[in-house]
Design a protein around this ligand. Structure first.
Ligand code: HPA
Length: 269
Protein backbone atom coordinates (compact mmCIF):
# COMPACT_ATOMS: atom_id res chain seq x y z
CA UNK A 1 0.00 0.00 0.00
CA UNK A 2 1.32 3.46 -0.83
CA UNK A 3 1.69 6.08 1.91
CA UNK A 4 -1.30 7.95 0.49
CA UNK A 5 -3.43 4.81 0.53
CA UNK A 6 -2.40 4.12 4.13
CA UNK A 7 -3.37 7.66 5.12
CA UNK A 8 -6.78 7.26 3.48
CA UNK A 9 -7.40 3.89 5.20
CA UNK A 10 -6.52 5.31 8.61
CA UNK A 11 -8.55 8.46 7.96
CA UNK A 12 -11.60 6.36 7.02
CA UNK A 13 -11.14 4.18 10.13
CA UNK A 14 -10.98 7.17 12.46
CA UNK A 15 -13.94 8.85 10.77
CA UNK A 16 -15.92 5.64 11.25
CA UNK A 17 -15.21 6.01 15.00
CA UNK A 18 -16.74 9.49 15.02
CA UNK A 19 -13.53 11.47 14.68
CA UNK A 20 -14.61 14.31 12.46
CA UNK A 21 -13.01 17.58 11.52
CA UNK A 22 -10.65 18.17 14.42
CA UNK A 23 -9.37 21.77 14.44
CA UNK A 24 -6.09 21.11 16.23
CA UNK A 25 -3.72 18.22 16.57
CA UNK A 26 -1.93 17.89 19.89
CA UNK A 27 1.23 15.87 20.40
CA UNK A 28 1.86 15.37 24.08
CA UNK A 29 5.47 14.56 24.86
CA UNK A 30 7.05 12.57 27.70
CA UNK A 31 5.07 13.01 30.90
CA UNK A 32 2.81 15.68 29.37
CA UNK A 33 0.05 13.29 28.26
CA UNK A 34 -2.17 14.07 31.27
CA UNK A 35 -3.66 17.02 29.42
CA UNK A 36 -5.61 14.56 27.27
CA UNK A 37 -7.52 13.48 30.40
CA UNK A 38 -9.19 16.90 30.42
CA UNK A 39 -10.66 16.44 26.95
CA UNK A 40 -14.47 16.45 27.13
CA UNK A 41 -16.87 14.11 25.30
CA UNK A 42 -13.77 12.05 24.55
CA UNK A 43 -13.42 9.31 21.98
CA UNK A 44 -10.38 7.29 23.09
CA UNK A 45 -8.71 4.78 20.80
CA UNK A 46 -5.73 2.56 21.62
CA UNK A 47 -2.90 2.88 19.14
CA UNK A 48 -2.95 -0.91 18.79
CA UNK A 49 -6.44 -0.70 17.25
CA UNK A 50 -5.61 1.89 14.58
CA UNK A 51 -4.55 0.58 11.16
CA UNK A 52 -1.10 1.69 9.93
CA UNK A 53 -0.36 3.31 13.30
CA UNK A 54 2.92 2.86 15.20
CA UNK A 55 3.23 1.58 18.75
CA UNK A 56 4.53 3.52 21.73
CA UNK A 57 7.32 1.83 23.68
CA UNK A 58 8.54 4.62 25.97
CA UNK A 59 7.57 4.86 29.65
CA UNK A 60 5.43 7.98 30.16
CA UNK A 61 3.77 7.63 26.76
CA UNK A 62 0.30 6.10 27.11
CA UNK A 63 -0.27 5.10 23.49
CA UNK A 64 -3.78 6.48 23.09
CA UNK A 65 -5.48 8.78 20.63
CA UNK A 66 -7.97 11.10 22.33
CA UNK A 67 -10.52 13.15 20.38
CA UNK A 68 -12.93 15.66 21.84
CA UNK A 69 -13.27 19.20 23.16
CA UNK A 70 -10.62 21.16 25.01
CA UNK A 71 -11.04 24.86 25.75
CA UNK A 72 -13.98 24.88 23.35
CA UNK A 73 -11.89 23.60 20.43
CA UNK A 74 -12.12 20.23 18.74
CA UNK A 75 -8.80 18.48 19.26
CA UNK A 76 -7.16 15.22 18.33
CA UNK A 77 -4.49 14.45 20.90
CA UNK A 78 -1.69 11.93 20.77
CA UNK A 79 -0.83 10.61 24.22
CA UNK A 80 2.60 9.42 23.28
CA UNK A 81 4.47 9.78 20.02
CA UNK A 82 6.79 7.60 17.95
CA UNK A 83 10.50 8.26 18.03
CA UNK A 84 13.12 7.45 15.45
CA UNK A 85 15.33 6.00 18.21
CA UNK A 86 12.72 3.31 18.88
CA UNK A 87 13.49 1.96 15.45
CA UNK A 88 10.47 3.50 13.74
CA UNK A 89 10.92 4.65 10.15
CA UNK A 90 10.22 8.39 9.82
CA UNK A 91 7.10 7.52 7.82
CA UNK A 92 5.72 5.97 11.01
CA UNK A 93 6.99 8.80 13.23
CA UNK A 94 5.21 11.42 11.11
CA UNK A 95 2.17 9.39 10.01
CA UNK A 96 -0.12 10.94 12.67
CA UNK A 97 0.63 14.41 11.28
CA UNK A 98 -0.42 13.28 7.81
CA UNK A 99 -3.64 11.85 9.22
CA UNK A 100 -4.35 15.01 11.25
CA UNK A 101 -4.06 17.04 8.07
CA UNK A 102 -6.24 14.59 6.13
CA UNK A 103 -8.92 14.80 8.82
CA UNK A 104 -8.99 18.58 8.49
CA UNK A 105 -6.76 19.99 11.25
CA UNK A 106 -5.54 23.52 10.67
CA UNK A 107 -2.98 23.66 13.45
CA UNK A 108 -0.65 21.46 15.44
CA UNK A 109 0.53 21.94 19.00
CA UNK A 110 3.67 19.90 19.46
CA UNK A 111 5.30 19.46 22.84
CA UNK A 112 8.36 17.70 24.17
CA UNK A 113 10.77 17.27 27.03
CA UNK A 114 14.15 18.77 26.19
CA UNK A 115 17.58 19.38 27.64
CA UNK A 116 18.37 23.02 28.36
CA UNK A 117 21.38 24.68 26.73
CA UNK A 118 20.37 28.32 27.37
CA UNK A 119 17.70 27.57 29.98
CA UNK A 120 17.53 25.58 33.22
CA UNK A 121 15.21 22.78 34.35
CA UNK A 122 11.62 23.88 34.89
CA UNK A 123 11.59 26.34 31.99
CA UNK A 124 8.83 26.33 29.39
CA UNK A 125 10.41 27.28 26.07
CA UNK A 126 8.40 28.31 23.06
CA UNK A 127 10.19 26.93 19.99
CA UNK A 128 10.80 29.67 17.44
CA UNK A 129 12.90 27.59 15.05
CA UNK A 130 14.74 24.31 14.86
CA UNK A 131 17.99 22.82 13.65
CA UNK A 132 17.64 19.39 12.10
CA UNK A 133 20.71 17.47 13.24
CA UNK A 134 19.19 14.04 12.82
CA UNK A 135 20.84 13.44 9.46
CA UNK A 136 17.37 12.40 8.25
CA UNK A 137 14.42 14.01 6.55
CA UNK A 138 10.91 12.52 6.60
CA UNK A 139 10.14 13.94 3.14
CA UNK A 140 12.80 11.86 1.38
CA UNK A 141 11.13 9.67 -1.20
CA UNK A 142 8.24 10.30 -3.52
CA UNK A 143 6.57 13.64 -2.82
CA UNK A 144 2.94 13.60 -1.67
CA UNK A 145 1.75 16.32 -4.07
CA UNK A 146 -1.73 16.23 -2.50
CA UNK A 147 -0.16 17.51 0.73
CA UNK A 148 2.57 19.89 -0.35
CA UNK A 149 5.49 20.91 -2.51
CA UNK A 150 8.66 18.93 -3.23
CA UNK A 151 10.81 21.66 -1.66
CA UNK A 152 8.72 23.14 1.14
CA UNK A 153 9.65 26.46 2.71
CA UNK A 154 10.73 26.20 6.36
CA UNK A 155 11.16 29.94 7.04
CA UNK A 156 8.05 30.15 9.21
CA UNK A 157 7.59 26.55 10.32
CA UNK A 158 6.77 27.72 13.87
CA UNK A 159 3.88 30.00 12.99
CA UNK A 160 4.63 33.60 14.05
CA UNK A 161 1.03 34.49 14.94
CA UNK A 162 0.74 31.39 17.16
CA UNK A 163 3.94 32.44 18.95
CA UNK A 164 2.62 35.93 19.53
CA UNK A 165 -0.60 34.48 20.92
CA UNK A 166 1.30 32.12 23.22
CA UNK A 167 3.37 34.98 24.66
CA UNK A 168 0.30 37.15 25.21
CA UNK A 169 -1.53 34.29 26.95
CA UNK A 170 1.50 33.39 29.11
CA UNK A 171 1.79 36.97 30.25
CA UNK A 172 -1.87 37.07 31.18
CA UNK A 173 -1.56 33.81 33.13
CA UNK A 174 1.68 35.00 34.73
CA UNK A 175 3.42 31.86 33.45
CA UNK A 176 7.05 32.43 32.47
CA UNK A 177 7.55 31.49 28.84
CA UNK A 178 11.02 31.71 27.30
CA UNK A 179 11.69 31.31 23.60
CA UNK A 180 14.46 29.68 21.60
CA UNK A 181 15.82 27.27 19.01
CA UNK A 182 15.37 23.50 19.39
CA UNK A 183 18.05 21.25 17.98
CA UNK A 184 16.78 17.79 17.08
CA UNK A 185 19.00 14.73 17.38
CA UNK A 186 18.18 11.03 17.03
CA UNK A 187 19.19 9.81 20.49
CA UNK A 188 18.78 7.50 22.32
CA UNK A 189 22.13 8.27 23.95
CA UNK A 190 22.19 11.70 25.53
CA UNK A 191 24.72 14.14 24.11
CA UNK A 192 28.35 14.49 25.11
CA UNK A 193 29.48 17.75 26.73
CA UNK A 194 31.47 18.54 23.55
CA UNK A 195 28.34 18.11 21.44
CA UNK A 196 26.42 20.48 23.68
CA UNK A 197 29.20 23.10 23.40
CA UNK A 198 29.03 22.67 19.62
CA UNK A 199 25.22 22.99 19.62
CA UNK A 200 25.47 26.22 21.61
CA UNK A 201 27.83 27.62 18.99
CA UNK A 202 25.35 26.57 16.30
CA UNK A 203 22.66 28.66 17.97
CA UNK A 204 20.63 26.02 19.80
CA UNK A 205 18.89 26.76 23.11
CA UNK A 206 17.45 23.31 23.82
CA UNK A 207 18.09 19.76 22.60
CA UNK A 208 15.76 16.82 22.16
CA UNK A 209 15.02 13.59 20.33
CA UNK A 210 11.67 14.35 18.71
CA UNK A 211 9.58 17.13 17.13
CA UNK A 212 11.81 17.97 14.15
CA UNK A 213 10.47 15.25 11.80
CA UNK A 214 6.88 16.02 12.84
CA UNK A 215 7.28 19.74 12.24
CA UNK A 216 8.90 19.19 8.83
CA UNK A 217 5.88 17.11 7.77
CA UNK A 218 3.48 19.67 9.29
CA UNK A 219 5.17 22.49 7.37
CA UNK A 220 5.04 20.43 4.19
CA UNK A 221 1.27 19.98 4.67
CA UNK A 222 0.66 23.65 5.46
CA UNK A 223 -0.28 22.96 9.08
CA UNK A 224 0.33 25.89 11.42
CA UNK A 225 2.57 24.89 14.33
CA UNK A 226 3.00 25.88 17.95
CA UNK A 227 5.96 24.13 19.61
CA UNK A 228 6.63 24.04 23.35
CA UNK A 229 9.60 22.42 25.06
CA UNK A 230 9.48 21.58 28.73
CA UNK A 231 13.12 21.91 29.81
CA UNK A 232 13.62 18.97 32.15
CA UNK A 233 17.37 19.05 32.72
CA UNK A 234 20.55 20.94 32.00
CA UNK A 235 22.04 19.48 28.84
CA UNK A 236 25.22 17.41 29.21
CA UNK A 237 28.29 19.12 30.60
CA UNK A 238 26.41 21.48 32.94
CA UNK A 239 26.11 18.76 35.55
CA UNK A 240 27.90 15.53 36.41
CA UNK A 241 25.44 13.02 34.98
CA UNK A 242 22.19 12.82 33.01
CA UNK A 243 19.42 10.51 34.16
CA UNK A 244 16.05 9.74 32.57
CA UNK A 245 14.47 9.66 36.08
CA UNK A 246 15.41 13.30 36.56
CA UNK A 247 13.69 14.18 33.28
CA UNK A 248 10.52 12.46 34.53
CA UNK A 249 10.69 14.21 37.94
CA UNK A 250 11.08 17.73 36.54
CA UNK A 251 8.33 17.09 34.01
CA UNK A 252 6.02 16.31 36.92
CA UNK A 253 6.88 19.68 38.45
CA UNK A 254 6.19 21.77 35.36
CA UNK A 255 3.22 19.97 33.93
CA UNK A 256 0.61 22.06 35.78
CA UNK A 257 1.88 25.31 34.24
CA UNK A 258 2.24 23.52 30.93
CA UNK A 259 -1.37 22.31 30.97
CA UNK A 260 -2.74 25.73 31.94
CA UNK A 261 -0.73 27.40 29.22
CA UNK A 262 -1.73 24.99 26.44
CA UNK A 263 -5.41 25.16 27.37
CA UNK A 264 -5.43 28.94 27.47
CA UNK A 265 -3.50 29.23 24.20
CA UNK A 266 -5.83 26.79 22.49
CA UNK A 267 -8.80 29.01 23.29
CA UNK A 268 -7.07 31.92 21.56
CA UNK A 269 -5.56 30.34 18.45
N1 HPA B 1 18.98 15.59 25.52
C1 HPA B 1 18.18 15.06 24.57
N2 HPA B 1 16.90 14.83 24.76
C2 HPA B 1 16.37 15.14 25.95
C3 HPA B 1 17.14 15.70 26.98
C4 HPA B 1 18.52 15.93 26.75
O1 HPA B 1 19.26 16.43 27.60
N3 HPA B 1 16.31 15.89 28.05
C5 HPA B 1 15.07 15.47 27.65
N4 HPA B 1 15.10 15.02 26.39
Amino acid sequence: MSLLEKIRVTQAFLESKGIEKPEFGLILGSGLGELAEEIEDAVVIDYADIPNWGQSTVVGHAGKLVYGKLSGRIVLALQGRFHFYEGNPLEVVTFPIRVMKALGCEGLIVTNAAGGISFGPGTLMLINDHINLTGQNPLIGENLDEFGARFPDMSHAYTPIYRETAHAVAQKLDVKLDEGVYIGVTGPSYETPAEIRAFKTLGADAVGMSTVPEVIVAAHSGLKVLGISAITNHAAGFQSELKHEEVVEVTNQIKENFKELVKAVLAKL
